[in-house]
Design a protein around this ligand. Structure first.
Ligand code: PEP
Length: 251
């Protein structure tokens, strides 16, 4: 991962309860992270965001799982990036494959949300990744580049400093089917090449590209060795004690 600081995100998705999330926070607080090895950010469902933020010990931070493009107004059910910022929440996950496939988040909408989030002062975990059909057709690079190009067209080159790219092959999310180290490394390296060409060599060097898709306490150490894997976005395992091990995988 070069000079880039390791990054581990935990995406709780629509899971948990007041009681369960309190116990996860208690475990994280016992994790005794000193913040030197990795940035750690957890994303509980929106209703629990403020409670988790207030009870989590530093250096662990919180992220929203989504936000809208507008700062306020008649958008029932949505949360604005400005409201997240106002609530002292610094991160938002955008473009998760579940948002893309179930809730109509197109490349353009994800790009517009990314632009709005950065304008509000947030940092973004921008998720991209191909479906199984796309991988089998051999168009993985075209798909992730199309998703990234939509974002690049909406933001300024300097805004990439506020982005962590999460490469999450859809076929590996929640399936127990983790990408091989080679598959993940190859795509991460291609993304980095694209960044060098489309944004700048400096951006390519400094942007963290994290892997997501059935990461767990067992497979994380091998994946973490790869040159272009700068961390993880963890779904299922972020609800379990092994999440602490994943956060500590980079010594
Ligand atoms: C995710 O939701 O971003 C994810 C990678 O899920 P899982 O780890 O459960 O595959």
């Amino acid at each position: 991962a070069g000079q880039r600081k390791f990054f581990v995100g935990g995406n709780f998705k629509m899971n948990g309860s007041v009681k369960m999330i309190k116990s996860i926070v208690d475990e994280l607080n016992k994790g005794a992270f000193d913040g030197s090895n990795a940035d750690i950010v957890v994303a509980p469902p929106a209703i629990y965001l403020l409670g988790v933020k207030d009870s989590l010990k530093q250096p662990v931070e919180v992220a929203a799982q989504n936000c809208f493009t507008e700062s306020s107004g008649a958008f029932t059910g949505e949360i604005s990036p400005n409201q997240l910022k106002d609530a002292d929440i610094h991160w938002v996950i955008l473009g998760h494959s579940e948002r893309r496939s179930l809730f109509g988040d197109t490349d353009k909408l994800v790009a517009d949300k990314t632009k709005a989030a950065i304008a509000a002062g947030l940092s973004v975990i921008a998720c991209i990744g191909e479906s199984l059909e796309e991988r089998e057709k051999g168009v993985t690079n075209q798909v992730v580049e199309r998703q990234l190009e939509a974002i690049a067209a909406a933001i300024q080159p300097d805004d990439w400093k506020k982005i962590v790219i999460a490469y999450e092959p859809v076929w590996a999310i929640g399936t127990g089917k983790v990408a091989t180290v080679q598959q993940a490394q190859d795509t991460h390296a291609d993304i980095r090449k694209w960044l060098a060409k489309r944004i700048s060599p400096e951006a390519a060097d400094s942007i963290r590209i994290i892997y997501g898709g059935s990461v767990n306490g067992k497979n994380s150490s091998e994946l973490a060795q790869a040159a272009d894997i700068d961390g993880f976005l963890v779904g299922g395992a972020s609800l379990k004690p092994e999440f602490i091990d994943i956060c500590k995988v980079k010594k």
